[in-house]
Design a protein around this ligand. Structure first.
Ligand SMILES: Nc1nc2c(c(=O)[nH]1)N[C@H]1C(S)=C(S)[C@@H](COP(=O)(O)OP(=O)(O)OC[C@H]3O[C@@H](n4cnc5c(=O)[nH]c(N)nc54)[C@H](O)[C@@H]3O)O[C@H]1N2
Ligand SMILES: Nc1nc2c(c(=O)[nH]1)N[C@H]1C(S)=C(S)[C@@H](COP(=O)(O)OP(=O)(O)OC[C@H]3O[C@@H](n4cnc5c(=O)[nH]c(N)nc54)[C@H](O)[C@@H]3O)O[C@H]1N2
Ligand SMILES: [Mo]
Length: 772
């Protein structure tokens, strides 16, 4: 039931449904997860295709789940299937037999499609053939692959400089495609390779590389099974990495404590019933977090500093019992400067800044003091904060104090998002490639790659807006909906001469386009990829640095789909022609040849073709995992970092907002309208508020409100949201992404990493008014 007048807007349709809210759940998974997994596969009308594929997911010889980047066990894998509810949903989404055909585009104008919600758009089915929108056109029309590549080549070659082109990557693209794609961009002449990392874990890379010498996590899955304490901070594993829950459960059964730090008491942090075990399904699962700290949004820095201060105090009263002084002396630099700062801090003040009572902070600090092997896991709750880089360096500081890194059962674990986002980066999809990487490419291929830094996501949007970037090519993703400041970004995209999207499904970025636009459909992870009559496999790297093969098993929905490597090679041949020194034709037809050349260019891929065919793939080298912290500045010692404590003030009528995911979406792909663990049904336009704030502002449960942001003196409005009372710290609010991206200023970014600060948005809330 639509309850209010629709306000059509191509970027951001504002429609309300009919919310049912039942309150936060206290545990995740169990029977509802099993039922939801299977019903999603059934709902798409694909019981046989879907269930068969589910059992091949994350199994040896099967395909890598296209949902998150959580690793698969090195040893035994569950015979019930190594998948989770959300993996099943991701599969259902791509295995659907519904199709978006040329007829569909003939019947539906771009303007009509833009009025649909993201949920409605996604449910239309798989893209089946290349489509083209001419300048001034109202409907996409079919185009042959050859003509599509000729158009792209024409536009790219007409640019005044290669730096007027942008090559975006989302995180599902295989290692093989990623390598060729960045190679093409560089041979064409630009490092403009914005990617989803620029909105996701770039912050982690910026924090880790200069401190521990590698911008990746240091733990393996087995470390979770034998450790003393696991800290989950700023991450919602029950929804976003459900298979991490099994690792937590196993760790806990073996004696580990679990600490959860989050403004929301997320069901997946509080309790777990493992759907892959009979006892879990029947409901005897247990409490998960031993301690839960309801930190304020961005209160984590105060909390981490309070931990460190208390650890130092405890070490003083029991020397040698709390900190690892030998590790500090032998493996770190900057300890004295680091501890100096704590004279200036008081526990009570830090407690107020964090939002957590000092008694709880003490209890948590004792847990850190009494345990030696600690694993820190984090997600977007930290990386998307303005001071995210510093906060993650603070986590490293704690690991260094405790000597809890570079040994079994201990270390850092940034929980990656997209299933191959880590691999994309290893393959050099990065707007800031190192000179060493570029030298290597030059040596192997003989062309001179561009040396300067290209545009990241935020700078790419600004460049389009200024008219400095004119052609946008996206390898996957949904750029408009994923990025901040929706209205500004839409203006930027509309200024382009050409926008091109390689996609598996229709999304909003196809509907807010450049003067001309192309949609190029491709195979998905679960589709059979047949080259020269043989089913191929591709490879990916998971959150823990394991490179493994992935082979799709489903018949593609259309015989016009071509794989992503072919798209890159054909674009390269059409664009560069005889200018190119690279044998694109060869790479188009052989994944083995691509892997052979990757091996020559990227360290750690020795014998790639052989090792990727082994049972569990192979681990990439990771010095920090072995306790070797090699940084440019400090040789073989890991530095302590002295960071600042942010001062966060809000005007009387302001609230802080974090935008998060529901249980029923994968980023901008909306699977359904439920956020089961938070008790929300049939609505996405909700704003979680503390009951006291609601009372003060005079809002009843279900009140319709509009949300505003005024950064940089611009009024940004997201209309028609429903207030839901929730156990969240006062003056903090949570909404769902991408509906509230319209409120995020393009200039509200994380220091150093330049990521949008999607969890730190200053808003005002007013009773809803229909616009006049
Ligand atoms: N099913 C499903 N799986 C996914 C995705 C998906 O959309 N759906 N997306 C994938 C991707 S790309 C990514 S990056 C990951 C994202 O996975 P997560 O990192 O879990 O992402 P979010 O849901 O955005 O938010 C994380 C948590 O941060 C908390 N938070 C907000 N502000 C703060 C704060 O100031 N401090 C602390 N401590 N916590 C805070 C929120 O309450 C929320 O629980 O998941 C991946 N997996
Ligand atoms: N406000 C706010 N904004 C955010 C976030 C947030 O927490 N809050 N999170 C950020 C994060 S962590 C991320 S990673 C980004 C995500 O940004 P993106 O990666 O750009 O977005 P997705 O929604 O994951 O992309 C979905 C589209 O990818 C296409 N696709 C799916 N599979 C394939 C495939 O195999 N090949 C190809 N070629 N295409 C495919 C489909 O057509 C689908 O429509 O969003 C960011 N934006
Ligand atoms: Mo992400």
């Amino acid at each position: 039931m639509a309850t209010d007048k629709e306000i059509p807007s191509a970027e951001n349709p504002e429609k309300l449904l009919n919310l049912k809210s039942t309150g936060a759940k206290k545990w995740a998974a169990g029977i509802p997860a099993v039922v939801a997994a299977l019903s999603d596969v059934m709902e798409e009308g694909i019981p046989f295709r879907g269930t068969r594929a589910l059992f091949a997911m994350n199994q040896r010889g099967g395909f890598d789940c296209p949902s998150c980047a959580w690793p698969d066990p090195d040893d035994d894998r569950s015979p019930v299937g190594e998948y989770c509810e959300n993996g099943a949903k991701a599969l259902a989404e791509e295995a659907t037999t519904k199709k978006v055909t040329a007829d569909f585009f003939a019947q539906n104008s771009v303007a009509d499609l833009a009025n649909l919600t993201d949920f409605e758009i996604g449910k239309k089915g798989r893209l089946t053939e290349p489509m083209y929108l001419p300048e001034g056109g109202t409907h996409y029309r079919p185009i042959s692959w050859d003509d599509a590549f000729t158009k792209i080549a024409g536009h790219l070659n007409a640019l005044e400089s290669p730096d007027e082109a942008l090559f975006y990557t989302s995180g599902r693209t295989s290692n093989e495609t990623s390598f060729l794609y960045q190679l093409f961009a560089k041979e064409f002449g630009t490092n403009n390779m914005p990617d989803c990392s620029n909105m996701c874990h770039e912050t982690s890379g910026f924090a880790l590389e200069p401190t521990i010498g590698i911008g990746k996590g240091t733990v393996k899955l087995n470390d979770f099974y034998d450790t003393d304490l696991i800290v989950i901070i700023g991450h919602n594993p029950g929804t976003n990495a459900p298979r991490l829950m099994s690792a937590l459960q196993k760790g806990k059964e073996n004696g580990a404590n679990i600490m959860a730090i989050n403004p929301l008491p997320e069901a997946g942090l509080m309790g777990f019933r493992n759907p892959q075990e009979i006892k879990g399904v029947l409901g005897t699962g247990g409490q998960l977090a031993d301690i839960y700290l309801p930190v304020k949004i961005n209160g984590d820095m105060a909390l981490l500093k309070a931990f460190e201060m208390l650890l130092l105090e405890m070490e003083k009263s029991s020397p040698g019992k709390v900190l690892d002084n030998e590790f500090i002396a032998g493996n770190t630099v900057g300890y004295n400067d680091f501890i100096e700062q704590f004279k200036n801090y008081k526990l009570d003040e830090l407690a107020i800044a964090s939002g957590v009572p000092s008694s709880d902070i003490r209890q948590a600090a004792e847990m850190l003091a009494n345990n030696k092997r600690i694993i820190f896991c984090w997600g977007m709750g930290l990386t998307q904060q303005p001071n995210g880089v510093d906060m993650i360096r603070e986590i490293v500081n704690i690991c260094l104090m405790k000597g809890s890194i570079g040994k079994p059962g201990a270390g850092v674990c940034p929980v990656r998002g997209h299933s191959n986002v880590q691999g994309n980066r290893t393959m050099m999809i990065n707007e800031k490639p190192t000179q060493k990487q570029l030298d290597r490419l030059k040596e192997v291929f003989g062309f001179e790659p561009p040396r300067g830094h290209g545009y990241d996501v935020v700078n790419a949007i600004k460049a389009m807006h200024k008219g400095k970037a004119k052609v946008f090519f996206a390898m996957g993703g949904n750029f408009l909906s994923a990025t901040p400041d929706t209205t500004y970004t839409a203006e930027a995209l509309r200024k382009l001469r050409l926008s091109v999207h390689v996609s598996i499904k229709l999304n909003r970025s196809h509907l807010v386009h450049g003067k001309e636009a192309l949609i190029l459909p491709t195979l998905s992870r679960s589709d059979k990829d047949i080259v020269n009559g043989e089913v191929q496999f591709i490879s990916t790297e998971n959150s823990m640095g394991v490179v493994q093969s992935s082979k799709g098993i489903l018949k593609p929905v259309s015989d016009q789909l071509i794989n992503e490597t072919q798209i890159v090679c054909r674009m390269a041949m059409a664009t560069l022609g005889s200018r190119s020194v690279i044998d694109w034709k060869r790479y188009m037809n052989s994944y083995d040849d691509i892997r052979d050349i990757i091996e020559k260019c990227i360290p750690g891929f020795e014998n790639y073709n052989k090792r990727v065919r082994e049972r569990n793939g192979f681990y990439l080298p990771n010095g920090a995992r072995e306790g070797k912290f090699i940084t440019d500045k400090f040789g073989d010692k890991a530095p302590f970092t002295v960071t600042k404590l942010p001062v966060n003030t809000l005007a009387d009528d302001e609230y802080m907002m974090a935008s998060t995911r529901t249980h029923d979406q994968f980023n901008t792909t909306i699977y359904g309208l439920e956020d089961r663990y938070r008790g929300i049904k049939n609505e996405r336009r909700v704003v979680f508020m503390n009951r006291k704030d609601m009372d003060k502002a005079g809002y009843a449960e279900g009140e319709k409100v509009d949300l505003f942001n005024y950064d940089d003196g611009v009024e940004r409005i997201a209309r028609l949201f429903v207030v839901v009372p929730y156990p969240i710290p006062e003056r903090n609010t949570v909404t769902y992404f991408p509906e509230t991206n319209v409120l995020m200023s393009i200039n509200n970014v994380v220091g150093e990493s330049n990521m949008p600060a999607s969890k730190f948005i200053r808003i005002k809330i007013k009773k809803h008014q229909s616009p006049v």
